[in-house]
Design a protein around this ligand. Structure first.
Ligand SMILES: Cc1cc2nc3c(=O)[nH]c(=O)nc-3n(C[C@H](O)[C@H](O)[C@H](O)COP(=O)(O)OP(=O)(O)OC[C@H]3O[C@@H](n4cnc5c(N)ncnc54)[C@H](O)[C@@H]3O)c2cc1C
Length: 271
């Protein structure tokens, strides 16, 4: 823990600062730290927008690489911790300038996008965000990895009420979700995680029970694919229904409902 202030110096509360240095390992670092937090660029926000007292700050200052520049279009790809001043120093001798520069150039690209900063030419060119063609977003709320976030969408239907939730989201870790359906029957989902590659795939094996009678054993693979706009989630399940139960169609329907609930939970967290 160390004290961190923002530009206004209104406070200097202790924070757990985690330095991010490899853009391909951001999601893995978040998972390893085991908690949620907020990103912190150069801390030039006036108020407390870049602070998380007693909590985690993901410092992006080590994510300072320029990735590609197209001299014909002026399009630049860079990491979130690149400072606007450094872009200007490099690009202006080449005949290019950022279209939007706030009152200080000592802000990061990530901070400029997150606060959608403006410059003195706001009435002519709009805000910083209007000139961003594409960005890669790593979420820290762990829709799959945090028990709290997962409880917002991984739930039964038609009057189902959770009775127990346990999640140890690590390779070898176990997840158990027990709940009572509207009909009174008790369902139990009992999973073991076999592979977790952040932002790429999750592989787990799960048993389902109804009133403690085993009904199926399944191998599930969740894959995340980055698309030009958004991302794609692919679920592949191989299941065996045991003698007491045969309902592959019902399982597919239930999985679709879960995906709808996941989408709604993500929408709620954005709005
Ligand atoms: C002297 C001065 C003049 C200024 N003039 C202007 C002005 O003219 N116009 C204007 O609009 N603003 C202005 N500002 C405000 C400043 O431009 C913004 O607060 C800017 O967002 C700060 O960037 P930062 O890198 O320091 O981000 P921080 O202050 O560290 O963070 C700002 C916010 O962005 C989030 N964030 C940072 N990096 C990321 C990331 N990689 N991913 C997701 N979220 C992230 C943080 O969580 C936080 O909510 C000025 C500030 C100062 C000190």
């Amino acid at each position: 823990m160390r004290p961190v202030s923002s530009w206004g110096r209104l406070s200097a509360d202790p924070h757990q600062v985690i330095e991010l240095t490899d853009r391909d390992r951001v999601a893995a670092e978040m998972l390893r730290a085991g908690g949620t937090g907020i990103a912190h660029g150069l801390g030039k926000s006036y108020g407390d927008a870049s602070l998380n007292p007693q909590g985690i700050l993901w410092s992006t200052r080590g994510l300072d690489r320029l990735i590609a520049f197209d001299a014909a279009t002026g399009r630049l790809a860079c990491e979130a911790g690149v400072v606007l001043r450094d872009i200007q120093r490099l690009m202006m001798p080449r005949g290019w300038s950022l279209p939007v520069v706030p009152g200080t150039q000592l802000v990061t690209v990530g901070g400029a996008i997150a606060n959608d900063v403006h410059g003195k030419n706001h009435h002519l060119v709009g805000t910083f965000g209007e000139h961003v063609c594409r960005l890669r977003l790593v979420r820290s709320d762990g829709a799959w990895s945090s028990a709290e976030a997962k409880s917002h969408w991984f739930a039964g239907h038609e009057g189902w009420k959770a009775q127990l939730r346990e999640l140890d989201f690590r390779v070898g870790g176990r997840e158990q979700v027990i709940g009572r359906k509207g009909s009174g029957a008790v369902s139990r989902f009992d999973a073991r995680y076999h592979e977790i590659v952040p932002n790429e795939r999750i592989v787990y094996v799960y048993d389902m029970y109804l009133d403690e009678v085993p009904i199926s054993v399944s191998l599930a693979t969740i894959e995340f694919n980055e698309l030009t706009r958004g991302s794609q989630l692919v679920i592949t399940e191989q299941g065996v229904f045991l003698d007491s139960y045969q309902d592959a169609r019902g399982r597919e329907h239930g999985t679709n409902l879960l995906m709808d609930q996941l989408e709604q939970a993500l929408q709620r967290s954005i709005n």
